[in-house]
Ligand binder design. Structure first.
Ligand code: PLP
Length: 423
């Protein structure tokens, strides 16, 4: 259905300095027979058109050079991961030696906890966010069990302030006052996948350190969404995936940050593999493991070229756009969306994402008051790709790299009509 878009919204798109990035992505044209409004970049980011070229280059090289491709061509495969580092480090505010791309996210959380979760008899608890992503919960619980603790006792989950989905900094401080002596590790999702709350990473890191705990973050929903300064904030370690805001393709690789103060700590326990070995002597194939300095010392295997090729395309776009400009547009898109949603009459939906722009990224979570999937299914039938999280939440992500103000307007109209039809 053709919809009339108000002039002021069209003008916002015309004035958008990042508007030209939209055409650098492939996107579904229709969904359920209607023009598609893609608001699911927090789940799977769209495909940068250039990704195909980067992948083709390596496929062609493999065909034409075989094993020689490891050392030849524009991007030799042996150090291929190094071609990603600077741009990935820029996105999370790390120094290049602090960042590496490897494995997938949950694998990396485990590898990092091997090094950074070192419980003692008195200090063994792990503080996690409210409503963590299930994989994170399974990971921390299994780590606690691995060290011989009962997860019921060893895992402390933050709780929201009463009547909201939001965890205030005061309640985090209280948790530390109560349990600080026992907390060994903090592992918090920088932006919570469910509510969209953006935690105060520098304050939480400082607090953790004050109580002698390690500060670790899962940045799956933060990397490429909000500007981060992991080095400056003193975060000990972090990991994130790259298929959400970082548009690197389904199941794509994970980024890892290890603060420089740990980069030369070779006494730390770690699980080792040949790619973590000092690259100067790696191919001497010696029997003693000598780790690389920095985050690269946590690598296990040689880099998987094709997913890394996809990632190159996306990282280029982030480099061109810049996280600060993206954040600026993101705040405007999200406020527009919030205002339009709040102006819908009736009480069928409630936003559970914090109202303060400093405490959210580009995701809004809508709680459906009469909690069945019907409203979600109706907007889907009208072309909106969003997602549903049990028991009652619709998540949408207006992404500054490729979503437009007009799309947000159309989405809000669809939502309004759908609510109206069902009341
Ligand atoms: C998306 C997401 C994951 C997914 O983990 P994979 O190991 O990449 O499958 C884990 N944790 C969080 C917080 C996520 O948002």
């Amino acid at each position: 259905m053709e919809r009339k878009i108000p002039e002021e919204i069209l003008e916002m798109d015309r004035r958008d300095p990042l508007g030209h990035f939209r055409d650098k992505f492939n996107r579904p044209a229709t969904f359920n027979g209607e023009p598609c409004i893609y608001l699911c970049g927090n789940s799977l980011g769209l495909q940068p058109s250039r990704a195909v070229d980067f992948v083709e280059l390596e496929m062609k090289k493999w065909a034409e050079m075989g094993v020689e491709g490891h050392v030849k061509g524009k991007y030799p495969w042996m150090p291929y991961h190094e071609f990603l580092t600077d741009k990935m480090a820029e996105i999370v505010g790390g120094k290049p030696g602090e960042v590496v791309v490897m494995n997938s996210l949950t694998v990396n959380l485990h590898l990092l906890m091997v090094s950074f979760y070192r419980p003692t008899r008195k200090k063994y608890k792990i503080l996690i966010e409210f409503h963590p992503f299930p994989s994170d919960r399974y990971a921390v619980e299994s780590q606690a069990k691995f060290h011989g603790y009962d997860p019921q006792d060893a895992i402390i989950e933050l709780q929201p302030d009463s009547g909201s989905a939001y965890v205030s900094m005061e309640s985090i401080e209280q948790k530390f006052e109560q349990h600080g002596d026992e907390i060994a590790l903090v592992l918090i999702g920088g932006v919570n996948y469910y509510s969209g709350q953006y935690y105060d990473i520098p304050r939480i890191s400082k607090l953790a350190h004050k109580y002698g705990a390690v500060a670790g973050f899962d940045l799956a929903h933060a990397a490429g969404n909000v500007p981060l300064q992991l080095n400056e904030w003193g975060v000990d370690f972090a990991a994130w995936c790259s298929y959400k805001y970082l548009n690197s393709g389904p199941g794509a690789l994970s980024g890892v940050f290890v603060h420089e103060r740990h980069g030369k700590d070779f006494d730390m326990p770690r699980f080792a593999g040949w790619w973590g070995h000092d690259k100067q002597t790696r191919f001497k194939m010696g029997s003693e493991f000598v780790p690389m300095e920095g985050a690269e010392g946590w690598q296990l295997s040689n880099p998987p070229i094709l997913p890394m090729a996809c990632m190159q395309a996306s990282l280029q776009l982030f480099h061109e756009a810049g996280m600060n400009s993206l954040r600026k547009k993101s705040e405007q898109l999200v406020s527009l969306c919030e205002n339009l949603i709040n102006s819908i009459p009736g009480e069928r939906i409630e936003l559970i994402t914090p109202e303060n722009p400093g405490e959210r990224g580009c995701q809004l979570s809508l709680r459906v008051i009469i909690s069945d999937r019907k409203l979600f299914e109706t907007i889907s039938s009208k072309g909106v790709i969003a997602d549903w999280r049990e028991p009652d939440v619709i998540r949408i992500a207006p992404v500054p790299l490729y979503n437009t103000y007009s799309e947000i307007y159309i989405f809000s109209e669809i939502l309004k009509e759908s609510i109206h039809e069902q009341s």
